[in-house]
Ligand binder design. Structure first.
Ligand SMILES: [Zn+2]
Length: 156
């Protein structure tokens, strides 16, 4: 039980809604790497993009984290551990080939969604030409469709 992780927070829902409306599909609150006991808020498995929407208090946002007047040392240590854990998560996921995107809950959801859509599109492009007969195309609406080789044939 993690008391410091609220699920389906409002900012997270807002970002999810926008990303979904742009045609991207994802999983929520899952481990990007099953062996790594860290859960990301929004996960794009194929593009290997993991998104975290961090709460300003729990993750120590410089603008909004206000140190508690009571039990100050306790909270300072706790949030410090959360921050260290976040950096550890970023490193471990990067090493495993994931792009990690972190946003503060105070950030504009539609700007966050723009960056997510961009990252997913970028990482869905075939690198160095088509891979094993399957390529991925991104159209102007950011919808990602899998294309089979052959003239204009779209197979999902
Ligand atoms: Zn903040």
């Amino acid at each position: 039980m993690q008391a410091n992780k609220s699920r389906d927070t409002k900012p997270e829902m807002a970002v999810r809604r926008i990303v979904h409306s742009r045609g991207l599909r994802y999983r929520v609150n899952v481990r990007p790497e099953p062996a790594l006991r860290r859960t990301a808020d929004i996960v794009f498995s194929r593009a290997r993009v993991a998104v975290f929407i961090d709460g300003c208090f729990w993750h120590g946002c410089r603008e909004h984290h206000v140190l508690s007047k009571t039990n100050t040392d306790y909270w300072r240590a706790k949030v410090g551990r959360n921050i260290a854990r976040d950096r550890g998560t970023d490193e471990a996921l990067s090493r495993a080939g994931w792009a990690v995107l972190r946003f503060w809950e105070h950030e504009n959801p539609s700007l966050a969604a723009d960056r997510i859509v961009e990252a997913v599109a970028e990482r869905s492009q075939p690198r160095g030409g088509p891979r094993a007969g399957v390529g991925v195309a991104v159209d102007s609406a950011f919808r990602i469709d899998v294309l089979r080789p052959g003239p204009g044939k779209v197979v999902l």
